[in-house]
Design a protein around this ligand. Sequence first.
Ligand code: UDP
Length: 327
Amino acid sequence: MVLLCGGAGFIGSHMAKRLRDLGERHVILDSFEKGHRPAAGGSPVVEADLRDRESIRRALTTFPIEVVIHFAGSIQVGESVRQPAEYWENNFVGTLNLLEAMREAGLSKLVFSSTAAVYGEPEVVPIPEDHPKKPTSPYGETKFAVEMALSAYERAYGLRSIALRYFNAAGSDPDGVFGEDHDPETHLIPAAILSAMGKTAPMQIFGTDYPTLDGTCVRDYVHVMDLAEAHRLAVRALRDGAPSNQYNLGNGQGFSVREVLQMVQEVTGLVIPHSEGPRRDGDPAVLVASSEKIRAELGWSPQYPDLGSMVSHAWNWRRAHPDGYRS
Ligand code: UDP
């Protein structure tokens, strides 16, 4: 049985859907601080917080868990610069609690949600996995610290893990049932859609003086269902005895903030009210992945590599759920 920590969040809920579709037994563990109850989609749920080690222990002993996928954590680069303690507590201490509970329960397989933010300002683009790690935000630092803890756990206790370094997760369930719903919404595509719908104040472009073609940040967007598929492949690899590893997940193509806004405008047919503002703390200029390693080693092949599909799916869900999961 698979345990999904943070399974009621954006990426976790899409993974849960995938596991339900595959008929694979799983249970969601979520604190519901940020996760949404409807996002659990009928999967069994344990309400628990990773900061409370006892409650994780209980979950691991109540269910016949054999592999853990760990999505839970705080995810905003800018916020992490302002509130580092929250990031070290949620992302690092919370994960350490999970690792200790896994060790006590004799569990040895973990898929971990890491991030492109472990690299910092890239020295080479597209970024390969062995690129130097110089995170520019506490968010990236906490995720990289967990990766280091994972190597130590493998050496000391034989816990094998696959860290998936997501670039920019985007899109939503093509069936339109699950979507992206953060409060406040800080991610570019949903923020642009909400701004276009008049649900929020006009959005801001964070920085127009980056050394990029149009002065705005360039990111590599990857569809959430393609991320879910990568987790399925990672679980399979661990079950087949694969050693610990780290993989980038992106499409190898960068889009500037302005290009993304243009795509949102084309897909929705709406004008996006926006202004131009200063840079957001902790944001590197360009993050584009080389995902050759996971393609070659695990056979990952994105089904929705084009930005247009990601924006269309995000738009379809939001149009049908103007107030997100509260709709
Ligand atoms: N961004 C922006 N305005 C917004 C939200 C995001 O200009 O309201 C920019 C942000 O600076 C970054 C890119 O869009 O360069 C993607 O940001 P997002 O928060 O979606 O993902 P992140 O890169 O932090 O994972």
